[in-house]
Design a protein. Structure first.
Length: 256
């Protein structure tokens, strides 16, 4: 067992993935993620962690949030997530973990991994005849139903290795809950190998993905910075596409 210390947070993990946890504690892994969580997650927040892997975001957020709901479709990562949560009984009571894939329908989802199960890169985009598994689905509406809209503040993190493009047009039920901020990682390089085709394909998919978020302020998230982007916000408001990017998006509705 290893105790992780980051900012003012402490939690325990198993003795696997030591290189990752070294980067994590040094804040050389997605520093901006912690800045975002510190800004938007509070003691009244229900945190949807979609694509939880072994728990680096869930265990951090659970220190502050009122409720954490983890979605993880990879069976190896899910077991590691269970093991890490079990080492933190004071946090476990507020964390619910679901071994399913987020999907717009309730049909089973065929999943794959870039290298092997548990590598943090599981996606519906990586399934093949030789490296795949099927997992039950959970829909955005079912996630909302689990909370009964009883929280005053919501935060949704989505990191599903390219699957976000197909999911985002179907997030209306999550958008409709009160005070929900979204942090979504985009993975255009997983959509298409050919860079010329990828440019147009991901631009089209991004247009569809962002249509439900009219009225939201859009911030571009890189490893160490979170910057408000007026032009992206305007393109979202106008319902037109914007160029594909490799960074994440923070979507916040100041009117909620």
């Amino acid at each position: 067992m290893r105790q992780i210390k980051i900012r003012n947070k402490f939690f325990n993990v198993t003795n696997t993935h030591q290189d990752f946890w070294n980067h994590y504690e040094a804040e050389t892994w997605e520093k901006s993620t912690f800045d975002i969580f510190d800004r938007f997650i509070n003691a009244d927040t229900c945190f949807f962690d979609i694509g939880s892997w072994m728990g680096p975001t869930a265990l951090y957020a659970a220190q502050t949030a009122k409720k954490v709901i983890c979605i993880e479709a990879d069976p190896v990562a899910f077991q590691e997530l269970q093991d890490n949560i079990a080492l933190n009984p004071s946090l476990g009571s507020k964390i619910t973990i679901i071994n399913k894939a987020i999907s717009s329908t309730q049909d089973n989802v065929r999943m794959g991994a870039r290298t092997a199960q548990g590598d943090s890169m599981s996606s519906a985009l990586f399934s093949s005849d030789t490296n795949y598994w099927e997992v039950e689905a959970v829909t955005p509406q079912q996630l909302v139903d689990k909370t009964k809209n009883e929280y005053s503040n919501y935060f949704t993190k989505i990191d599903i290795e390219g699957g976000e493009y197909n999911l985002m047009p179907h997030l209306q039920s999550l958008i409709d809950v009160k005070n929900n901020t979204f942090f979504i990682s985009l993975h255009p390089k997983f959509i298409e190998k050919n860079s010329f085709i990828r440019f147009f394909k991901t631009a089209y998919l991004t247009q569809k993905a962002l249509l439900p978020f009219k009225g939201y302020k859009v911030f571009l998230v890189r490893n160490e910075t979170v910057d408000y982007s007026y032009w992206v916000s305007q393109l979202v408001a106008w319902g037109v596409c914007y160029l594909p990017i490799k960074s994440g998006l923070l979507l916040h509705n100041p009117e909620q």
